[in-house]
Design a protein around this ligand. Structure first.
Ligand code: SF4
Length: 618
């Protein structure tokens, strides 16, 4: 797999139509389109481009530049803008379908007074907010960048709260390079900010990052990707040599370093940081991308000392790749090698006992195709998921009539479990049990036919879904999983799906859908039984009676019985997908087509006429 993490900074010239008090607004000339094209060509048409300048959107050839970059096949464009031009809908609408653009918009405060004072441009706040409002109907990722200066330092959280109403949940703070730092460190502003951020409610899923502020100043920094893109002359403390996040940390500017209380510099030496750092180093050397979870799995494979050849034999990695991985793990102090013996220094967190709350599940609702899986099979799946995702993190479930969230949360291996569920009865029940058992579960009532609200997009490490069996339903649920997962390679999607005989031919189309979404099938396994309601087995206990009611005398069957008789008996397989560089949802907007088989399955098996009609439709 090719790797393309390099980000190219394209300066298109021109000055800022704001005049921020914290930066020198250089009067650069706009660069010629021809020259810009040549520069991109010279740099082999980079896959990731940051368009920077005084203010890119006022460049007279702005749209031509964007069209050229998209046209040559660039995968991602970061547009740093003050959003004033975006307030003109005829301007912003021209960008509506450019979904490769990620916006980074400067907002200086929660109101006109503060923003315009810092931007030094009257009316700039109104225009920026109107631009953000115009973008809110787009599918693009929108990030807000907030400089921390004397004038807004007590309004930083207010700015977040204000913009949350516009569906924004990604915020990136930075210290302008030309500012003085004494107010930030001496007045302990960073300390207040840290506290206020940690008090933001969990349900908002607000992601706060710090572009050029050392990671140990704000250990919960959610943004790593920006390091060293635009930063120059950074310095580190001598303690930093022990830090396992140094490769990710932007360090300090020289001036900033003078004001820092050295006590706040605390090297990261925890296992997570070491694993993260080793992953970066491994992927610099390896031609194949290695995911974080794979590194955890490797590490946990030899918590007891093992012979090196036994490990090679058991893990299944090509030997050169194995050597790269182990060497980097050793460099991070995660592995001890002693001649032909190898031992991991990382201890695996032992999962707690899985709680069984299956007796509290609700009666199936055929309207939303709820078939319950036996708890025994749910347990097998949970064991598989916890083995596969040893790093934990945030798991999202789409549909949860089986209460898998409760059993999964009870293992204690995931930091957070989120459930998107249409049925309020299920949500109420899960919330009740989660509260009672003190489990980290958050439920969101949501009809997946509607778009996922922006604030939840790309926030999760793994996803599980129990989609309808109808190909449309499958496409929709998996597309929404992709929307919710972070944009990273080799993330896990577990999907419970009936794809076994006797309707294999009919569901073959699902394999095309999987390919179309650029997902890799890691495994298809663990057939699970759907629970047969006892009333059904009692009602039709004799073969002759069952045969008669299904084939000869089915006119008066209730909808529920009809549905059960068609749906039960098959087994639900668990698909395990991995995301790839080509992974993309195939359903993006609101989806209005049918996503469930109606009562066709019963007729499909019992009424040859219907089958003929279905064949004609095909
Ligand atoms: S210890 Fe040093 S390298 Fe590590 S996060 Fe802090 S400043 Fe950065």
């Amino acid at each position: 797999m090719s790797k393309s993490d390099e980000v190219f900074v394209l300066d298109i010239g021109g000055k800022d139509n704001n005049n921020p008090i914290f930066k020198e607004n250089k009067n650069n000339a706009f660069r010629e389109l021809k020259e810009i094209k040549q520069e991109l060509k010279k740099n082999n048409f980079p896959e990731k481009v940051i368009i920077s300048s005084g203010e890119p959107t006022i460049h007279p050839n702005f749209f031509k530049i964007v069209a050229f970059i998209i046209g040559y096949g660039c995968k991602s464009i970061i547009l740093k803008t003050n959003a004033r031009m975006l307030s003109y809908s005829e301007f912003s609408n021209r960008l509506k379908n450019c979904n490769k653009i990620k916006y980074f918009i400067d907002v200086f405060g929660p109101d006109e007074e503060i923003h315009d004072k810092i931007s030094n441009s009257e009316g700039s706040f109104k225009q920026a907010i109107s631009g953000i409002r115009n973008l809110s109907s787009f599918d693009n990722e929108v990030n807000i960048t907030i400089p921390i200066v004397n004038e807004n330092n007590d309004k930083l959280i207010d700015t977040i709260n204000f913009l949350e109403d516009y569906g924004i949940s990604n915020f990136l703070f930075y210290l302008p390079e030309t500012t003085t730092y004494d107010f930030f460190y001496k007045e302990k502003i960073y300390h207040n900010l840290k506290e206020n951020i940690s008090n933001l409610p969990n349900e908002t899923l607000i992601q706060v990052g710090f572009e050029n502020i050392p990671l140990c100043v704000f250990p919960e920094n959610s943004y790593y990707g920006q390091k060293n893109i635009l930063l120059k002359k950074r310095v580190y403390d001598e303690k930093c040599s022990e830090c396992h996040k140094k490769t990710l940390c932007p360090g300090f500017s020289k001036e900033e370093f003078q004001y820092v209380d050295k006590m706040i510099i605390k090297p990261f030496t925890d296992i997570k940081s070491k694993v993260l750092n080793s992953q970066i180093r491994i992927n610099k050397k390896s031609t194949i991308h290695i995911a974080l979870e794979e590194i955890y799995k490797i590490l946990f494979h030899f918590t007891e000392e093992k012979n090196i050849w036994d490990v090679i034999y058991e893990l299944g990695y090509p030997i050169p790749l194995f050597l790269i991985i182990i060497e980097e793990l050793q460099n991070e102090g995660l592995v001890e090698i002693n001649g032909d013996k190898i031992k991991s220094q990382a201890k695996k967190k032992k999962p707690k006992e899985i709680i069984d709350q299956s007796d509290k599940r609700l009666e199936s609702n055929p309207e939303v195709c709820q078939l319950l899986v036996s708890h025994e099979d749910i347990e097998k799946r949970i064991n598989y998921i916890t083995e596969t995702c040893p790093g934990g993190g945030k798991m999202v479930l789409l549909g949860d009539d089986d209460f898998l969230s409760i059993s999964l949360a009870s293992t204690g291996l995931f930091d957070e479990i989120w459930v998107f569920e249409i049925d309020e009865r299920i949500i109420d029940k899960i919330n009740l049990i989660a509260k009672e058992k003190n489990l980290p579960i958050t439920c969101v009532q949501h009809d997946l036919r509607q778009k996922i609200p922006k604030k939840y997009l790309h926030k999760f490490d793994a996803a599980y879904t129990d989609s309808p069996y109808y190909p449309n339903g499958f496409s929709l649920f998996i597309s929404r999983c992709i929307d919710l997962l972070k944009k990273d390679l080799h993330l896990h999607i577990f999907s419970s799906f009936s794809c076994e005989m006797p309707i294999m031919d009919d569901e073959l189309s699902v394999q095309d859908i999987i390919n179309e979404m650029g997902l890799f099938i890691e495994r298809k396994s663990m057939p699970a039984n759907n629970i047969i309601p006892s009333y059904l087995a009692e009602k039709y206990s004799l073969f002759a009676k069952l045969n008669e009611i299904v084939f000869k005398n089915n006119k008066n069957l209730s909808q529920l019985d009809k549905w059960y008789l068609a749906a039960l008996g098959r087994k639900e397989f668990l698909f395990h997908f991995l995301t790839t560089k080509d992974t993309n949802p195939i359903i993006n907007g609101i989806f209005e087509e049918e996503i469930y088989y109606e009562d066709i399955p019963f007729d499909f098996y019992t009424n040859p006429k219907t089958v003929k009609n279905l064949n004609k439709i095909k």
